[in-house]
Design a protein around this ligand. Structure first.
Ligand code: IVH
Length: 683
């Protein structure tokens, strides 16, 4: 009997081994075909044959669930939507690129690199098209895809693993016998031009979303909570670099690493070439330019990267861009359209901007129906008239503008553009100061349009950062006379918000909590939020460092301001007249009365928790909750009341309550008092 059992067990084991190897073979085969089909556009078998392989694997997995492999293609899609995006710190920063537009600029880029490396010879670069998509970071641990994030702010991105897993050309496991312990593979998620056309046509037929261009469609798809949506979008991934690579010393060039990735089953950036010196880079730039229209993906330039890894290390980076790579951009696209009318828009500080209403036109994949005419001087200089045919330019994210008039097509029924002398929003007089090109509405705070723009600025991310307070809600709050200045925001109560369209109890409660949480604000953000003309982020920072209190800033005189680096007479004048306006001072006083607390530079011990948001719960053993809050704020962090996808840490003490479950559910880091101190000590 015992003998029989042993034989039986041995047979069972070898059967299992056979089944497992069969499953592994099927997985390799399916993954290979996924790579060929989705990554290379070069299918080797029919869809029917492919489906048969998948069904065979599924059957084996159903009978032997204990043998399901981590890289099985059947494990890609967890069909359950996620609750929110978790923030994840990149292991190394995701940098961006500086641009050059001309050969001279390119040559000086190479010259600077040669100087820094003390090299006589030309530099060897990897040249590639600059794909117009969404940057992502794939982290593989010992060859297994661990998670994927968006670029975010370069330091922290959002976890989009659930969507990335729907991209079949991305391997769940690297085909490598000795994979690195950790590698961050960086690349671009795109939708090809052809796939984009098909998708939009199909979507229009099904009354689903029709996208403006492939980049928007890719970005929108990757930021879906439900992977079933991204699954149906034709997303592709191309690797163009890497961040952390634990065995980097095994490679001597960027090219070697990219080759290794290619061999490991990762689709790498197409049309990549090794070129030497700026001239060869220039030839590559021209070559790709002539191919541009025939390529099946959108590009906005080419990228050159120093190939030698130790040279890259030596060159390092400045601010957010490496000194070892540069984007050589193609100039922007210009398209002809007709001006139907001209509107005059009112900005936050009253500046009136003429905006041409155009016959809608597709400019490089984006439908444009408005383009700025900047100001009256520009209108006169270009001699633009209503009814004219004009050339419209769009470059990157910049607002489209009118470049010139196609004078040959001018008819005799065009009309001159008359600048209004009264504000279209409030009817106040519009004046243009001598020597200035901008014309301004003099209505100030009585002008609804100026007020709305100011409120938008006040609640924006770099100012009070009030989450969930978008333009639509601001519009309603203004229309129903609940707010007419920034301090009114802090007197809103839940019933006010519930009375608005589409605001339920929960969203109203959340908005009240975000308003409450925004009340503790650093001095520089507070200054920036006031929206003083010409006082941007950098100037606000300088002011917060030079004045130890708001009172001192309010009482500053011209000389006090002019000695500050980067404040000129114009900004100084604007600051003085802003604080001389009694209405502004009254509003500031009311902000403080309603609970806004300014945290001054002198009260800050460190900036180590900058950009980090904390929630505190439970009884903290050795400190009061207020002490914990102070400690976080003194080190640059922010404390908010409720857990959301933006929360960086939950500080939990004894008897923590329901917050801990929510934090765990959405993947927020949960730390205790000691870990908080550790974080403040070591970052
Ligand atoms: S290399 C240190 N290569 O362009 C950054 N970037 O404008 C090295 N991009 O964030 C980037 N195609 O997402 C590189 N072939 C390419 C690229 C590329 C597109 C994106 C990338 C980067 C952005 C910067």
């Amino acid at each position: 009997m015992v003998y029989f059992l042993i034989i039986h067990q041995q047979n069972y084991k070898s059967d299992m081994k056979d089944i497992e190897s069969k499953m592994k073979r099927l997985i390799d085969e399916i993954n290979f075909h996924n790579y060929q089909y989705h990554g290379m556009d070069d299918p080797k078998i029919s869809d029917y044959q492919f489906d048969k392989l998948v069904i065979e694997l599924l059957d084996l997995e159903k009978e032997n669930p204990q043998l399901i492999q981590v890289d099985s293609p059947t494990q890609r899609i967890g069909s359950r939507p996620i609750d929110g995006f978790t923030q994840i710190d990149h292991l190394t920063p995701m940098l961006s690129l500086d641009n050059v537009f001309t050969m001279e600029e390119l040559m000086s880029f190479e010259m600077r690199a040669k100087d820094k490396l003390s090299l006589e010879d030309k530099i060897e670069f990897i040249a590639e098209p600059k794909l117009d998509g969404v940057a992502v970071n794939l982290v593989y641990e010992s060859g297994i895809l661990s998670y994927a994030t968006t670029r975010g702010d370069g330091t922290t991105g959002e976890d989009v693993t659930h969507n990335v897993l729907t991209i079949k050309s991305i391997p769940m496991k690297l085909k490598s016998s000795s994979p690195p312990k950790t590698i961050e593979i960086r690349g671009e998620i795109i939708i090809s031009k052809n796939d984009f056309e098909i998708m939009n046509r199909e979507n229009a037929g099904k009354e689903l979303k029709v996208f403006a261009n492939p980049r928007n469609a890719a970005a929108g798809s990757i930021r879906q909570l439900d992977p079933n949506i991204s699954k149906d979008r034709p997303l592709r991934f191309y690797a163009h670099g890497y961040g952390l690579l634990t065995n980097e010393d095994k490679f001597s060039s960027h090219y070697d690493v990219m080759n290794y990735l290619n061999d490991s089953g990762v689709v790498i950036s197409p049309y990549s070439e090794v070129v030497t010196g700026a001239e060869e880079c220039g030839r590559y730039y021209e070559k790709i330019h002539t191919l541009r229209d025939s390529l099946d993906f959108e590009i906005d330039g080419v990228v050159y990267k120093v190939n030698n890894i130790s040279h890259q290390k030596e060159l390092g980076f400045v601010s957010k861009a490496p000194r070892w790579a540069i984007a050589h951009k193609y100039s922007s696209i210009e398209v002809e359209s007709k001006i139907i009318d001209v509107d005059f828009q009112v900005g936050r500080t009253g500046t009136i901007t003429p905006v041409a209403k155009l016959k809608p036109i597709n400019v490089g994949g984006v439908v444009v129906s408005n383009a700025t005419l900047h100001n009256m001087d520009e209108i006169n200089r270009k001699d633009v008239r209503k009814g004219d045919y004009v050339f419209v330019r769009r470059a990157g994210d910049v607002i489209p503008e009118i470049v010139s008039v196609n004078i040959k097509k001018r008819s005799n029924i065009t009309k001159r553009i008359i600048f209004p002398d009264q504000c279209p929003s409030c009817g106040s007089e519009i004046v243009r100061k001598h020597g200035e090109s901008a014309a301004k509405c003099t209505g100030g705070s009585i002008c609804p349009e100026q007020t709305k723009e100011l409120l938008k600025h006040f609640v924006s991310r770099k100012a009070f950062d009030i989450e969930g307070l978008g333009e639509k809600i601001l519009d309603q709050l203004m229309e129903s006379n609940m707010i007419s200045n920034t301090s009114d925001l802090f007197s809103l109560n839940i019933d006010d918000l519930i009375s608005l369209d589409r605001m339920g109890k929960k969203s109203s409660q959340n908005l009240i909590s975000s308003i409450e949480a925004s009340k503790n604000i650093s001095f520089d953000r507070f200054i920036y939020a006031q929206g003083i003309h010409d006082v941007g982020l950098a100037t606000s920072k300088s002011l917060s460092e030079c004045f130890s209190s708001l009172e001192k800033l309010i009482n500053a005189e011209m000389d006090d301001l002019l000695i500050i680096h980067d404040i000129g007479p114009v900004a100084a004048n604007n600051i003085i007249s802003f604080f001389n306006d009694s209405k502004k001072i009254k509003n500031i006083d009311r902000l403080i009365d309603l609970g806004v607390v300014i945290v001054y530079e002198s009260e800050i011990d460190s900036h180590i928790l900058n950009d980090k948001t904390f929630v505190i719960t439970g009884t903290i053993p050795n400190m009061t909750r207020t002490d914990v809050k102070d400690l976080i704020e003194k080190n640059g962090g922010r404390v908010t009341s409720s857990i959301s996808k933006k929360t960086s840490y939950l500080v939990a003490g004894d008897n923590p309550g329901s917050k801990i479950k929510k934090a765990a559910d959405i993947g927020v880091n949960i730390i205790n008092e000691e870990q908080l101190s550790e974080l403040i000590k070591n970052g």
